[in-house]
Design a protein around this ligand. Structure first.
Ligand code: GCO
Ligand code: MN
Ligand code: MN
Length: 388
């Protein structure tokens, strides 16, 4: 039996806020005591994670003095050195403090926008100091409850101005840092701007430094919007923009659930893992999820181990799918190309267009052909159910 043991090369990471989640929700108080960042690093090392990600304030309280900050960061670095954990990604908390109740970069108040920039520059410095190479932007409060409150075009322009400012800042400091923007359709705001990965991919192209900005898609966020997560990830990958990924799970149509990876939609998790492994995605596999509120810290360990174990099992299933002779034959048949259409298709030419307009097609035969997708999908299910 394979051990499904996580290894550094799998690049499994967790945020301080994920395993450190104390189980507060809108209806109930915390169910777990708060662990210190150092304790979280040790917990993650124990379960076999490769790295730990953080918001500035997961580590350094928002009102810490410079001396307190330096002491906290030094202790954290000691824990990293003792465990071998790395910090591949850092981000800014621009949503918890009441100052950000109307957003950060898109807020109507110019002082809030400027404070958000200041806070992010300090947080970028912290991330760079800890060795992060990816800096995530999740616009937690960038949105509205009513469109009377904000001009959506102003929101886009303000966000662009902020991203351009911060790209220049990172370049000016000589940081080796890429930015990854994370979409979410709603929660905590009624509606959030840049609501899907697709919106963000289009937005990035309007920035001054599109080459240093990519995306951090999250399973739950696209599922909340009823979308096919894999398709968004594929679009990001195909344009060279998949800089980071947030793995978790979520039932469609529900509030933000942040379940253990693979806990709800095993089949979509399978196709996602298969995609990441087939294309050779080399970034972090970041589990942005948390344990059920019913759990104590033993349950939190079960949760974290479960995320990684399910990923590794699905990776093995993906290899089995790729190696299955019957599946391979069907895939070959589905994609068969006898070359007969080559003279008409591909790059445009006037001659090709003329020839194609005159070509004869047996439309009825095209429509009559069965495609065997039922068989292929059932074979996939049987791989997943462990009977192949
Ligand atoms: C959420 C988001 C966050 C972000 C995090 C990093 O739904 O709360 O997914 O967990 O990923 O703030 O930017
Ligand atoms: Mn989320
Ligand atoms: Mn996330």
């Amino acid at each position: 039996m394979p051990s499904y043991q996580p290894k550094p090369e799998h690049k499994f990471t967790f945020g301080l806020w994920t395993v450190g989640n104390i189980g507060r929700d809108p209806f109930g108080e915390p169910v777990r005591h708060k662990l210190s960042p150092v304790e979280i690093v040790h917990l993650l090392a124990e379960v076999g994670a490769y790295g730990v990600n953080l918001h500035d304030n997961d580590l350094v309280p928002i009102d810490a003095t410079v001396a307190e900050r330096d002491r906290i960061v030094a202790e954290f670095k000691e824990a990293l050195a003792a465990t071998g954990l790395v910090v591949p990604m850092a981000t800014t908390n621009l949503f918890s403090d009441p100052a950000f109740k109307d957003g950060a970069f898109s807020a109507n108040d110019p002082r809030v926008r400027a404070y958000a920039l200041q806070k992010t520059m300090h947080a970028i410095d912290l991330g760079a100091e800890l060795g992060a190479r990816v800096y995530v932007f999740w616009g937690g409060r960038e949105g509205v409850e009513t469109d009377a409150a904000k001009d959506p075009i102003a929101a886009i322009k303000r966000t662009r101005e902020a991203m351009n400012f911060l790209c220049e800042y990172a370049i000016d400091q000589g940081y080796d840092l890429k930015f990854a923007l994370e979409a979410k359709p709603n929660e905590p705001r009624g509606d959030m701007y840049n609501s899907t990965t697709g919106h963000i991919l289009a937005f990035i192209e309007s920035l001054d430094h599109p080459e240093m900005v990519g995306v951090n898609p999250e399973v739950a966020h696209e599922h909340m919007a009823g979308l096919n997560f894999l398709h968004g990830v594929a679009q990001a990958w195909e344009t060279g923009k998949l800089f980071h990924i947030d793995l978790n799970d979520q039932a469609f149509g529900r509030y933000d659930q942040d379940f253990r990876f693979g806990a709800v939609n095993l089949k979509s998790a399978f196709f996602l893992v298969k995609f990441l492994e087939d294309v050779g995605y080399g970034g972090s596999r970041h589990f942005d999820a948390h344990a059920y509120r019913t759990e104590d810290y033993e349950g939190v360990r079960d949760f974290a181990r479960g995320c990684m174990r399910t990923y590794l099992i699905l990776k093995e299933k993906a290899a089995a799918w790729n190696q299955d002779a019957e599946i391979a034959a069907l895939v070959k048949e589905i994609n068969a190309d006898d070359g007969a259409m080559a003279p008409y298709t591909g790059a445009y030419s006037r001659d090709k267009a003329r020839a194609l307009k005159a070509a004869a097609f047996d439309r009825v035969a095209l429509g009559a052909r069965g495609l065997a997708y039922e068989r292929l999908d059932q074979l996939t299910i049987e791989v997943l159910l462990g009977v192949r």
